[in-house]
Design a protein. Structure first.
Lengths: 112, 111
């Protein structure tokens, strides 16, 4: 069965600190995605990747960096965390336009 | 640019009654795949329905939707909702390889 895992599941960070959210998938998908979910805004795409070594900007990339060191792993990096980045973050994988995306369980990030 | 419009906010329905959640997509792409995802409380979104075939009805878990390419619409319907249908529903049309999600509709079914 398709599997996407995320770590940590919960994170409390301080303003100005660095935060790294990790995602791992065993689906052998080329494409991976990072979203944030906020009430009233739905799921918004931050960064995505077509494969190892590639990252692309999504709809709201400011304040975030991404890294795809391998087919299985995709990280989201907040170099200088701010309270406005408090949110729930979902990672997903999925390939073709007609194919579904498989989501991880989410990471709840609180920036104080 | 591309944009997706779905029934926004909160929809409240009495158990046993029908519901329809709207979804339309404005895009320059002629070939669009449509998805509905459902997210239950404290869970991740997961696929409910999908279609890329014009005028074909798709069904799952009692929900159904028909893709109309002429109007770029893929409305979600159910004839008799259950309490367990209470969840957040996302329309996610896809004209290219970058996914797009609507803002979500929170469906609350009450007795």
């Amino acid at each position: 069965e398709a599997a996407v895992t995320q770590s940590p599941r919960n994170k409390v960070a301080v303003t100005g600190g660095k935060v790294t959210l990790s995602c791992n998938q065993t689906n052998n998908h080329n494409n991976m995605y990072w979203y944030r979910q906020d009430t009233g805004h739905g799921l918004r795409l931050i960064h995505y990747s077509y494969g190892a070594g590639s990252t692309e900007k999504g709809d709201i990339p400011d304040g975030y960096k991404a890294s795809r060191p391998s087919q299985e792993n995709f990280s989201l990096i907040l170099e200088l965390a701010t309270p406005s980045q408090t949110s729930v973050y979902f990672c997903a994988s999925g390939d073709y336009r007609e194919d579904e995306q498989y989501f991880g369980p989410g990471t709840r990030l609180t920036v104080l | 640019g591309d944009s997706v419009t779905q029934t926004e906010g909160l929809v409240t329905v009495t158990e046993g009654l029908p519901v329809m959640l709207n979804c339309t997509y404005q895009t320059a792409y002629s070939d669009v795949a449509f998805f509905w995802y459902v997210q239950y409380l404290n869970e991740a979104p997961k696929l409910l329905l999908r279609s890329s075939t014009d005028n074909k009805r798709t069904e799952h878990q009692g929900f159904h939707a028909t893709l109309h390419k002429s109007s770029s619409s893929f409305h979600l319907q159910k004839s008799s909702v259950q309490l367990s249908d209470s969840a957040l529903y996302y329309c996610a049309p896809r004209g290219n390889y970058k996914p797009t999600f609507g803002k979500g509709t929170s469906l609350v079914v009450h007795p």
